[in-house]
Design a protein around this ligand. Structure first.
Ligand SMILES: *Cc1c(COP(=O)(O)O)cnc(C)c1O
Length: 424
């Protein structure tokens, strides 16, 4: 499918006059349409709830939009819990799906009433020590091991993942928790990431529903929710077919009716913890070409770098690039599009065929709305950019300012050095 920016060149020129590049731009209209469709696709399930994976896009203004649609928050750190609480997402609207969890985080999660999703059987004891008495409602994360093969070319390797309990441990954990007075149980698993196929959730649901039925029979646990977690992907490449959330919702419903309903489990709530799917396509990194270089290869240097979007450097991930205003020009130039880090992997594209780029051109780097800004770091002393929301009415709003040197040096504010380095 042709990938088109959610802004026109004229709009973006105007925005870039007001806010210096680089910046992350988010599309309110797209976010709303997508969350509406998701909710509708799972509306057959009475207790359905999406817990947005805060780590994907930890911006309170964006999460507040999702909150209007009753989305909760999936957190896995202290600051993510703090962010959720501050926007009024508390209690069972928080799923705490952490791992390698420090005691203080369990204490805080319990204090604000989050539903805790235990990553490991040893954490029953850790949690008990942390909070005294176990909460009445708990979830366990499952990892069946092996390969999770969805099709010939789509699979992931849970056997190599650090998350979750083995089948034996899951059963044992349920027995122990039941003995200790837990009354409401949930099961969670995340077995494949960024799946661009309609089959992942239905297949995962079948695995979890089967194990839920067995758990109920063998341990007598009262299972009230099943959490399909994240993993629904987005088509980063133009040749990829996007997921159809309605087909996915139907697939999960079919498995639900085949496996759970006949066992008298027709009131189990389905939860999701989507991140990428909720925000990925509705955010872009906007950057300007500022240099060109002709050596052994043709380079275009832009004013963003891996600090603003790390996925290409980290995973070799493809992010589509539109050169604004040149959408219809032939892609007859082969470029490496680079940032300024002293790291040769700081490239947004390698050997990419693009229209001829001139200094000053605006580049729209697609699908940066999730795991984009959030993954940023400060290598080479580079500062993180602003985040801007394009409202439905076409107006823009600053939803996070850009970092300044004072932010970069803030952790020295208890030393004389801090005053010196910021002195004009
Ligand atoms: C990262 C993560 C998610 C979200 O994953 P996406 O691929 O962004 O959908 C959900 N749940 C947990 C526990 C995660 O770690």
């Amino acid at each position: 499918m042709k990938k088109e920016p959610f802004v026109t060149k004229e709009q973006l020129d105007k925005i870039a006059q007001e806010y210096p590049t680089p910046f992350h731009l988010y599309d309110e209209k797209g976010i709303r349409a997508n969350v509406k469709a998701l909710k509708e696709a799972f509306s057959w399930n009475e207790g359905y709830k999406e817990y947005f994976a805060v780590k994907a896009t930890p911006n309170p203004f964006l999460i507040n939009i999702l909150k209007e649609y009753d989305c909760g928050c999936d957190c896995s750190s202290m600051t993510e819990l703090m962010l959720s609480r501050a926007i009024g997402v508390v209690g069972s609207d928080i799923m705490f799906s952490s791992n390698d969890t420090p005691i203080e985080e369990y204490q805080y999660a319990e204090q604000i009433g989050a539903t805790i999703n235990l990553d490991d059987i040893t954490h029953i004891e850790v949690l008990e020590k942390a909070v005294g008495k176990l909460p009445k409602r708990l979830s366990c994360r499952y990892n069946p091991g092996g390969l999770f093969k969805i099709s010939n070319d789509i699979m992931d390797n849970p056997g190599d993942a650090k998350y979750g309990m083995t089948t034996e441990q899951l059963f044992e954990a349920f027995r122990i928790l039941k003995e200790k007075g837990v009354e409401e149980f949930g099961i969670h698993a995340f077995l494949a990431s960024n799946t661009v196929t309609n089959d992942y959730y239905p297949m995962l649901a079948k695995v979890l529903f089967d194990v839920a039925v067995r758990l109920k029979k063998e341990t007598g646990a009262h299972i009230t929710f099943i959490n399909l977690s994240g993993g629904i992907g987005i088509p980063y490449r133009p040749e990829q077919e996007p997921n159809d959330i309605f087909v996915i919702g139907e697939g999960v419903r079919k498995a639900y009716e085949e496996v759970l309903v006949p066992e008298g489990m027709g009131n189990v709530a389905i939860y999701t913890e989507l991140g990428r799917y909720m925000m990925g396509p509705y955010g872009a990194l906007v950057t300007r070409a500022i240099n060109e270089k002709h050596t052994h290869k043709e380079y275009i240097g832009v004013d963003a770098c891996a600090v603003n979007l790390m996925r290409p450097a980290m995973y070799g991930a493809y992010h589509h690039i539109t050169v604004m205003g040149k959408e219809d020009m032939p892609c007859d130039h082969k470029y490496d599009v680079t940032g300024s880090l002293c790291e040769n992997n700081d490239k947004f594209a390698i050997d990419r065929m693009l229209p001829e780029i001139e200094k000053g051109d605006l580049l729209f780097i697609h699908d940066a709305g999730a795991h984009g800004f959030a993954m940023g770091y400060n290598y080479n002393g580079k500062l993180k950019s602003a985040e801007i929301l394009l409202r439905e009415d076409g107006k823009t709003e600053l939803i996070r300012r850009a970092e300044t040197p004072a932010d970069y040096f803030a952790t020295f504010d208890c030393f004389d050095f801090y005053q010196k380095v910021l002195k004009k």
